[in-house]
Design a protein around this ligand. Structure first.
Ligand code: ATP
Ligand code: MG
Length: 429
């Protein structure tokens, strides 16, 4: 960390170009209430950065000299969360504002691993020290919405103008303290279209392997943020270009060696996800993981099938293996991975088109995701067009047409319903 005394002087001029009308009233309100209670309180981080860039902030962060307990006393609807990094969630209407106490760089003793990774970051400080412990200069801009004044201790405005992402302080040390900052760097590059400052880029190349030492639980949220906000494609390409995609997805490593491009099914899924997000449609993370983890699942599945395993068993085994291996790097919660598995299995059953299973499949609550996954496999040449068209048509078909479509399937009993249960042909495919 640089010595705060050598940091550039605070720029308290008010020539920021934040239009107060763009601010969310809840964020202004929380700031006002803290100030009214006698504390310092300012907006900081992504919201200030995004507002200065004319973008709508994803969420609002408030920095204050009040401790979490003091913050909690100011608001009725406040909850202290986190251990490694304690903050307060203040509810204001439908908005949740994150209120963070000014911090300083943690002491060297006790709070770090051998690689210099910080284990806890709860030492209170003042605004000066708080600016210096933030990750990137453009993320360390403070703004008082009540006076319309900005504070820039780290030349963040210059970097913002030049569209440069620069680690505050010594980038090697800061990446070692918290390797997740490297994932964040990629996220901000993808989101903002910024370039890395040269020293930041060099440090990232040197430090990226430290990502392997990050507790998997911390990476899940960051990975979601990479892919769920409309710039997932770009994020994946940047991760690959910086040699980080295989660190986050070790199960994909064989597909990503030697400057290989990201597997087509992953690209397709991310393109679809980005398009949906940008149209304001919902996206679900299990679908994304279904695509991201598919190349290794498919490979294992094929191998197990060739050694004579029945299809569903092979799929379960392949999924178990790949999900477990991925969870050693990024802890995908079971609520997500269980749906990912359902998507794989259901998609397999769609391709099977067992006549008597069709109606049940159409009513399955994961049908849509499985159908979309099949379309994805079709787009990369893994499923044929006739199959996909059939499932597209049947969704719009009348009751009578559905019966007809099922009847004309192989084993569907022809035009008339058969009474006798049929022996399964082709039991496993
Ligand atoms: P967005 O909300 O658009 O994703 P953000 O910059 O606000 O981006 P948050 O995760 O909300 O990102 O974090 C808020 C602020 O907290 C950041 O702008 C940065 O100043 C600081 N911060 C977050 N994570 C770290 C970290 N790992 N190391 C240092 N500072 C961090
Ligand atoms: Mg934020």
């Amino acid at each position: 960390m640089p010595d705060p005394s050598t940091a550039p002087q605070a720029d308290t001029s008010s020539d920021h170009t934040i239009d107060p009308a763009m601010l969310h009233p809840a964020a202004v309100d929380v700031t006002r209430q803290l100030q009214a209670a006698g504390y310092e309180a300012l907006l900081v981080g992504g919201c200030v950065r995004d507002l200065l860039l004319g973008m709508a902030p994803k969420d609002y962060d408030v920095a204050t000299d009040a401790t979490p307990e003091q913050v909690a006393r100011v608001f009725r609807r406040a909850r202290i969360i986190g251990r490694r990094f304690r903050i307060v969630h203040v509810r204001a209407g439908r908005e949740v504002i994150e209120v963070t106490t000014f911090r300083r760089a943690p002491d060297d003793e006790g709070g770090q691993t051998e690689q210099g990774r910080i284990l806890a970051d709860n030492e209170w400080g003042d605004l000066d020290s708080d600016a210096l412990r933030r990750d990137f200069t453009v993320n360390a801009l403070y703004y008082d919405p009540l006076t319309n004044e900005g504070i820039d201790h780290v030349d963040g405005l210059v970097d913002l103008e030049n569209r440069v992402l620069r680690v505050i302080g010594d980038p090697r040390q800061r990446f070692a303290e918290d390797p997740v900052r490297m994932v964040r760097a990629v996220r901000f590059m993808a989101k903002l279209g910024f370039d890395l400052a040269p020293e930041t880029a060099a440090a990232l190349a040197e430090c990226r392997n430290l990502l392997a030492g990050v507790p998997p639980a911390r990476l899940f949220d960051e990975v979601l943020k990479l892919f769920h906000y409309g710039h997932g494609m770009r994020a994946a390409e940047l991760l690959q270009a910086h040699g980080m995609l295989s660190l986050l997805f070790p199960v994909l490593a064989p597909w990503l060696e030697d400057d290989a491009t990201v597997p087509a099914i992953v690209i397709r899924a991310l393109e679809n996800t980005d398009a949906r997000v940008n149209e304001g449609k919902a996206v679900i993370s299990p679908f994304l993981f279904a695509a991201l983890l598919w190349p290794p699942v498919r490979e294992r599945f094929d191998a197990l099938r060739s050694s004579g395993r029945p299809a569903i068993e092979a799929l379960h085994r392949a999924s178990d293996h790949v999900v477990a291996e991925e969870c050693a790097a990024v802890a995908v919660p079971r609520r997500v991975s269980s749906v990912t598995r359902e998507i794989w299995e259901l998609e397999h059953r769609l391709a099977d088109r067992r006549p008597r299973a069709v109606k049940g499949l159409l009513e399955n609550r994961r049908f849509r995701a499985a159908y979309d996954f099949m379309m994805l496999r079709n787009a990369v040449g893994e499923r044929d067009a006739e199959l996909c068209q059939w499932w597209t048509r049947i969704q719009e078909a009348s009751e009578a047409q559905v019966v007809e479509m099922i009847a004309t399937l192989p084993g569907g009993g022809g035009r008339r319903r058969s009474r006798r249960p049929r022996k399964r042909k082709n039991p496993a495919q």
